[in-house]
Design a protein around this ligand. Structure first.
Ligand code: TXA
Ligand code: MG
Length: 331
């Protein structure tokens, strides 16, 4: 299969390009498109064969359900069998935006979407290209991140092609995605609601709307995941990555002395180390999140032996960043 790339203006996408992508989706094809978080790999959510193609292209285990994207709040009711008060309040505050709600499913949703489970994950994204595509196609779009399973999520079109060139029909290239990390996933089918995946919306922002939430303890390597997608190793560059507390110069020096080609992602001013590349990451969590995957994708192309990352705090807006880095470091 030849994968076409169609440039689109991220703010005012050309209707002809959107119409072409929408037609591919309606016919059961796969289209990668930008959202405000990362690029998604879309398929017609109510067409089981089309969604199956997502799993094949990504090499994704059938046990990991995918998120359905919608353009209008009303579309929820065709997919979810109930709409709890907590869901209504969270949607009112955060949609369109980087929040995914897990709800009891309707039978109309194919099993392949939900991995056979009783719930369905739904998100109303904020990106103009995603919304234009949803409206033009007139269908709900199932879309995981547009990367091979376990690998880094894409924040640029070439990141999508790194993993999926020749495996999907089309990429809508709308430039960099501004958020840079995946949506927050909240299970609102239970009470109190549960945080299944930290993301761009922080726990404090959610608790301000619905009160105390339960945090799912993240599984360590080898444990059974509490949520299907909570795999210990995930979001990983191909280069081995170490997450290191503080500025552990001794550890890095040791690797350099052992002859390894090292790149070190720090958040502080520090002295240069001979033979190790230093990349200074933003001190602000929003800017760090926006830059993280793009930095890792680019470094991955350079053939380092090891990427060392100075661990950020495990709190507030850093929580999702820390979560992704911990999974990237799991080998
Ligand atoms: O920002 C995002 O959420 C991006 C963009 C494209 O929307 N999508 C994304 O999808 O990150 P994906 O498939 O890479 O991650 C979806 C997460 C996985 O951890 C999956 O297990 C979880 O959501 N999930 C999906 N459906 C679920 C369900 N019914 N119950 C529990 N978790 C679910
Ligand atoms: Mg993903």
């Amino acid at each position: 299969m030849i994968t076409s790339v169609l440039p689109v203006d991220p703010l005012l996408p050309d209707p002809d390009s959107i119409a072409r992508a929408a037609e591919v989706l309606r016919q059961g094809g796969l289209v990668a498109f930008p959202t405000e978080t990362v690029y998604g790999l879309g398929a017609h959510a109510l067409d089981a064969a089309a969604v199956q193609r997502i799993f094949i292209a990504k090499g994704r285990p059938a046990s990991n359900p995918v998120i359905i994207h919608i353009a209008e709040l009303d579309q929820v009711h065709a997919l979810a069998s109930s709409w709890p008060e907590t869901a209504a309040r969270l949607a009112e505050r955060f949609w369109p935006g980087p929040l995914t709600l897990v709800l009891p499913r309707r039978d109309a949703v194919p099993d392949v979407v939900t991995a056979g489970g009783p719930t369905v994950a739904i998100r109303l994204p904020a990106h103009p290209v995603a919304l234009a595509l949803l409206r033009a196609s007139g269908i709900p779009i199932a879309a995981p991140s547009a990367n091979r399973s376990m690998e880094l999520s894409p924040t640029l079109a070439w990141h999508v092609l790194r993993g999926l060139d020749g495996l999907i029909d089309l990429v809508l290239d709308g430039g960099p995605t501004v958020g840079g990390l995946e949506s927050t996933v909240i299970d609102v089918s239970v009470s109190p609601v549960r945080l299944l995946r930290p993301g761009l919306v922080t726990p404090a922002e959610i608790e301000a709307i619905v009160g105390p939430i339960e945090h799912v303890v993240k599984p360590v390597s080898g444990e059974i995941a509490a949520s299907p997608g909570m795999l210990a190793r995930h979001y990983a560059p191909r280069t081995p990555l170490d997450l290191v507390e503080g500025r552990n110069d001794e550890y890095v020096h040791g690797l350099v002395r052992a002859g390894l080609r090292i790149v070190w992602l720090t958040r502080e001013e520090g002295q240069e180390i001979s033979d190790a590349r230093i990349v200074r990451m933003p001190a602000d969590p929003g800017r760090y999140a926006a830059a993280l995957y793009a930095t890792l994708h680019a470094l991955d192309e350079e053939g380092f032996d090891r990427i060392i990352v100075e661990a950020p705090p495990e709190e507030g807006a850093w929580l999702a960043i820390r979560d992704r880095l911990r999974r990237a470091a799991t080998r």
